[in-house]
Write a protein that binds this ligand. Structure first.
Ligand code: SF4
Length: 321
């Protein structure tokens, strides 16, 4: 696998210990992120897709060390993130920003929009108030809002406008990578397109890279250069966008695509996934998807399939290949 890029993670794991009883005896681990390796190039959008609870948001937080990894390696711009001390981590969190589904989580309702963005600039050590005011105005205009809106409070804006303000706040730190965690899921469809276009414009102008986390393959198709599919803590397929949508390999990807009429390959039937996602506390043996797979074979419950390159730059973990 090509391991160059602004972000590179190797064999990353994030387990949460589960305890029970009076003496809090360990009874197992929730394997939220289990042996994930991937990279993102500068200016690239990697779409990360999976059902809720598959570990994609935990992966985003672990990359920034908002959650401490259990094991594995993370390199940002060639620097080892795991070895970073407090000061370096503070700087890292300027260069990697998260935009959440709910913009209100990053906007204090008691502060004006200008102060919310200004707060990020102060953290960024911009001391001169005039420079900061000019930067706030510039950032608001960059996300398609009026500079005068700086005096208003978050509740005075619509959901789409608040997400724009959240993006402006993230951009205040001049990041190189934005982890966008379901950034448009809470917005109306018409507003979704506007915010996605804005994110694409910023990417083109600033050369930003995105890890774009979503459960929605239509949105991911629109914005991504490459797509990764996650299931129960593991990446099961990874490919360039065109290859991914034209030639999906993993049965889970096939099922996800078949659920969306506009993305279903010609002549293919809808594949109904059996049951719910199993618990990551006790994942199925062998291939974790075998309890729901429409192509399951006897080997699937016995042996875990290796994640490997099947055709150029197209990876999957499945015994069919
Ligand atoms: Fe399905 Fe088996 Fe492939 Fe898993 S390894 S996706 S169970 S065919």
């Amino acid at each position: 696998m090509n391991t160059s890029g602004i972000l590179r993670i190797e064999n990353l794991k994030k387990y949460y210990q589960v305890t029970a009883g009076l003496f809090s005896k360990k009874v197992g681990d929730v394997r939220a992120v289990d042996d994930v390796s991937l990279h993102i190039k500068q200016g690239e959008v990697l779409g990360l897709v999976g059902e809720s609870g598959c570990g994609k948001s935990t992966l985003g937080k672990t990359i920034m060390r908002l959650e401490e990894p259990t094991s594995g390696e993370i390199y940002f711009d060639g620097t080892d993130v795991i070895k970073m001390g407090k000061q370096e981590l503070r700087r890292l969190r300027g260069k990697i920003q998260i935009v959440f589904q709910d913009p209100d989580s990053s906007l204090d309702p008691r502060m004006t929009v200008g102060d919310c963005i200004d707060e990020a600039l102060i953290v960024h050590d911009i001391k001169n108030p005039d420079t900061r005011n000019a930067k706030v105005a510039e950032l608001l205009e960059k996300v398609g809002l009026e500079a005068g809106f700086a005096q208003r409070y978050p509740h005075e804006f619509s959901g789409g406008q608040r997400q724009r303000i959240g993006i402006a706040r993230a951009l205040a730190m001049d990041p190189k990578l934005v982890i966008a965690d379901e950034p448009v899921s809470a917005l109306d469809v018409s507003v979704q397109a506007q915010v996605l276009n804005l994110m694409m414009d910023i990417k083109e102008k600033d050369g930003l890279a995105y890890l774009f986390i979503s459960h929605d393959l239509s949105v991911v198709k629109y914005i991504s250069d490459r797509v990764a599919i996650m299931y129960l803590g593991k990446i099961v397929e990874l490919a360039g966008k065109h290859e991914f949508f034209n030639n999906p390999l993993h049965p889970y990807t096939e099922a996800l695509l078949s659920a969306i009429v506009s993305l279903r390959p010609d002549g293919k039937e809808k594949i109904i996934l059996k049951g719910d996602v199993p618990s990551p506390l006790n994942p199925p043996s062998g291939c974790r998807f075998h309890t729901r797979c429409h192509k399951v074979m006897p080997v699937c419950s016995q042996k875990e399939p290796e994640f490997r390159e099947i055709t150029k730059d197209h990876y999957t973990a499945c015994h069919l290949y």
